[in-house]
Ligand binder design. Structure first.
Ligand code: 0PR
Length: 387
């Protein structure tokens, strides 16, 4: 019953009960999520600054400066200088803003189109739906890579944006971003990179001497990048990021809000009122872990990914969809096995994987909360199910 005037003690008791059937990252059963546990140290910081509103940045000039600083630092990490942008509510909002910019930059196109791989995230379908864009999807090869020739063939004079993916949702694959960059170079087409997942993996993989093909602002024609703190950046939910190469044309993109209490401000976010606390939390996370700390976290995830791959090769009834490029593993049922049946059987044993029927794969994301013993138990259960 509502509005009883309960004490904090009673509220917590009731909430603990009501929320008791939520899953926890610590259980190890969440294997298919791209989000993870918030680092413990940042919780106090987040709560301390919880009422900052970046919808009215003139009131919170310090928080606004911190956002600029975070965007700039990440821009540098992504091989850029003079990078502008915003911390958003997630990859969807970042991708929506990027598509809106692309559309607005080409008012001359009557029926604008965007081109993306078939492995593109659903947020681009949402963008197409909301902004009346035609979305064209390029095929994948047998190894789930982008078929670049098909991709190229979809680009025409109505194309306002092409999207390269640096870490696909289903398998963590990276598109040939330098090739796309070369192709669109000199054409008036906005080149957006969706690194919602890979953005906080790839820079550190490079530091760890993994082979990483160019995916960021080091590719000359890249105009913008989505990269989410609330995925591998370990940020608070919600926090996404949109990073843009500074360009005078961007000045006409936002919406001016002249009546704000803190004074005139131009918004480019989809949302209006937005919390500054995730920005403050992410600034803290970056400065707490540093490059060294992130490298260690990514190394841990990659070591566990290798372990999972080894465990899977010993299991009959499934194969690896492809050699993982990052900490995402795709499992493919062997001939005669059914994806959804395997998924159901895993669910009965509490395992929560991500199932992609369109690619006939089960996805495991080896996030920092996933421990070795969870993967060992999972593969034993999988083996047992497939017996
Ligand atoms: N771009 C890519 C490449 C993504 O993988 C995702 C989300 C997005 C954009 C959109 O990000 P937001 O969800 O932040 O708007 N990828 C995950 C997925 O679809 C989202 C997710 C995260 C789903 C945690 C489930 C979950 O438990 O798998």
């Amino acid at each position: 019953m509502l509005y009883q005037g309960l004490s904090k003690h009673d509220l917590l008791k009731i909430l603990d009960k009501k929320l008791s059937n939520d899953n926890s990252y610590d259980s190890g059963y969440i294997l298919g999520s791209m989000c993870s546990k918030t680092p413990e140290f940042v919780k106090d910081i987040y709560v301390k600054y919880i009422d900052k509103n970046l919808g009215d940045p003139g009131l919170f000039k310090g928080t606004n400066q911190l956002e600029i600083e975070v965007v700039n630092d990440i821009g540098q990490l992504f091989g850029g200088n003079n990078i502008v942008g915003t911390i958003t509510t997630g990859g969807t909002e970042s991708n929506l803003i990027a598509m809106l910019i692309a559309k607005k930059l080409r008012p001359d196109i009557k029926e604008p189109e965007i081109v993306i791989s078939k492995a593109g995230h659903i947020s681009f379908d949402k963008a197409a739906d909301m902004m009346n864009l035609k979305i064209k999807k390029a095929n994948l090869t047998n190894n789930y890579d982008l078929d670049f020739n098909h991709f190229k063939s979809l680009i025409n004079e109505n194309t306002c944006a092409v999207i390269g993916i640096a870490g696909t949702t289903s398998l963590g694959k990276v598109d040939p971003i330098d090739k796309i960059g070369d192709y669109v170079n000199g054409k008036d087409i906005f080149f957006h990179i969706d690194a919602a997942y890979g953005g906080f993996v790839l820079p550190f993989l490079k530091h760890l001497n993994y082979k990483v093909s160019p995916w960021d602002f080091s590719v000359k024609s890249v105009d913008s990048i989505t990269a989410d703190p609330h995925k591998m950046g370990l940020g608070i939910i919600p926090s996404g990021g949109l990073f843009l190469r500074d360009n005078p044309a961007l000045e006409d993109i936002g919406v001016s809000m002249p009546y704000l209490a803190g004074g005139d401000f131009t918004h480019i976010n989809i949302v209006g009122t937005r919390s500054g606390a995730p920005v403050i939390a992410f600034w803290s996370i970056l400065n707490y872990f540093g490059i060294k700390g992130f490298k260690e976290i990514i190394k841990g995830c990659m070591d566990k990914t290798k372990l999972l791959v080894e465990l899977l090769t010993e299991i009959e009834g499934v194969t690896l969809a492809t050699e993982p490029d990052m900490n995402i593993v795709g499992i493919k049922p062997s001939k005669g096995r059914n994806l959804l049946e395997i998924d159901q059987a895993l669910r009965k044993r509490n395992w929560m994987v991500a199932t992609h029927p369109d690619f006939n794969i089960i996805r495991i994301v080896v996030m920092p909360h996933v421990q070795e013993h969870h993967l060992i138990q999972f593969s034993e259960d999988l083996k047992d199910i497939l017996k």
